[in-house]
Write a protein that binds this ligand. Structure first.
Ligand code: GAL
Length: 376
């Protein structure tokens, strides 16, 4: 499947790990609707690892949902998710076992794709653990691509090989609609900072149809659950969300959306930030001004309607300023033009930039603007 905009949704892994169940998925579906997340664009509800029995069915060879967690089978869960106007996502692995040691799809790709189609799945996250040594990684993503493309249902392939085998170079020749390019995120500032910075070398590798996935968001986790670490402040979650939006990365929520707090809900449904993330032109982010070893950069991205997203970052551990001049993005000093800014977080007018813009920022904070080029 070829998504035209970065996919948005929720994935169980960050908070729940193996503690998933029919009930928890139904409650999450309810919450996604009641809290307005579905209407904001978060449409996929994805079950990650640990959903199946430890062995395949000895007769059919199919993967079987774990009875104790999913007593009604997967089709019933999927039907419920669909009844809420959401899409349903499953998880498997290119190797012989999943990362948490459940059956993987190696050499069962066509059978499993058919099984997921029978469940009514719309999305498949496809991991990379327990790959037989002789098997070629890219070929395994080609196999599952073929199987999904021919399973009779539109299923978005979400590849997850953590950036191995130079994934940026070949993944767009498979049917993957998004692909993980980084190791696992944890709920800490350092974790999301390093994940984001690792992709500065690959900003051109994020395109419609095949989006660069830098992992599920930790926003609002408040250091609870499976990928807990040091936790983040609200300022840090704000910066994390803005970085993902600026890159045009898929937005998969990882907090417990049944208990999402108001600050996080407001953040992840922010119209200005989502407008940047979901911009139909899907252009690449670029560094407009580099400072402090990339820790105080200003980023820019051309948007539709001749607008430009600008993000001023302070990823340093102390207060400081990020700055740029309009000619950093191509507006020359003698052009007779200035930049008219709107604060993306608040929607408020943020004035005009003539020659220079400097934003003082607390440690780990950011500012995001939507700019227009207007006559001076
Ligand atoms: C990792 C993957 C995580 C999660 C986990 C499940 O390989 O990167 O996002 O899916 O496996 O075991």
């Amino acid at each position: 499947m070829f998504p035209k905009k970065p996919p948005m949704g929720f994935n169980t892994w960050n908070t729940f790990g193996e503690n998933i169940s029919d009930e928890m998925i139904r409650q999450t579906a309810d919450a996604m609707v009641e809290k307005g997340l579905r209407d904001a664009g978060y449409e996929y509800l994805v079950i990650d690892d640990c959903w199946s029995e430890k062995q395949r069915d000895p007769v059919t060879d199919k993967i079987v949902p774990l009875k104790s967690k999913f007593p009604n089978g997967m089709k019933a869960v999927s039907d419920y998710v669909h009844s809420k106007g959401l899409k349903f996502g499953m998880y498997s692995c290119a190797g012989v076992r999943t990362c948490a040691d459940y059956p993987g799809s190696y050499d069962h790709e066509f059978l499993d794709a058919k099984t997921f189609a029978e469940y009514g799945a719309d999305f498949l996250k496809y991991d990379f653990c327990y790959k037989p040594e002789h098997a070629d990684g890219p070929m395994l993503y080609r196999r599952i691509s073929m199987a999904l493309e021919n399973c009779g249902r539109d299923i978005l392939l979400s590849a997850c090989n953590w950036g191995c085998d130079d994934v940026h170079k070949w993944i767009r020749s498979t049917a993957a609609g998004m692909y993980r390019s980084t190791g696992d995120i944890f709920d800490s500032f350092v974790s999301f900072r390093d994940i984001f910075l690792s992709q500065l070398a690959h900003t051109d590798a994020n395109t419609p149809g095949c989006f660069n996935d830098i992992d599920m968001l930790t926003c609002g986790m408040r250091n609870f659950g499976n990928v807990a670490s040091t936790g983040c402040t609200d300022t840090e979650y704000r910066t994390e969300f803005a970085l993902w939006c600026m890159l045009g990365a898929p937005l998969m929520l990882g907090c417990d959306v049944r208990k999402i707090d108001d600050v996080t809900l407001k953040l992840v449904t922010n119209k200005g930030l989502l407008r940047i993330n979901q911009d139909g032109e899907c252009r690449s982010l670029f560094v407009a001004h580099e400072d402090c070893n990339n820790l105080r950069n200003v980023y820019a991205r051309l948007l539709s309607d001749h607008e430009i997203a600008l993000m001023f970052t302070n990823l340093c551990d102390d207060k400081g300023a990020a700055w740029f001049t309009p000619d950093c993005i191509g507006v020359t000093a003698n052009a007779g033009k200035v930049l008219q800014l709107t604060d993306a977080f608040t929607g408020e007018d943020a004035g005009i930039v003539k020659e220079y813009k400097r934003v003082e920022l607390d440690a780990h904070d950011c500012a995001v603007f939507i700019a227009k080029v207007v006559d001076a």
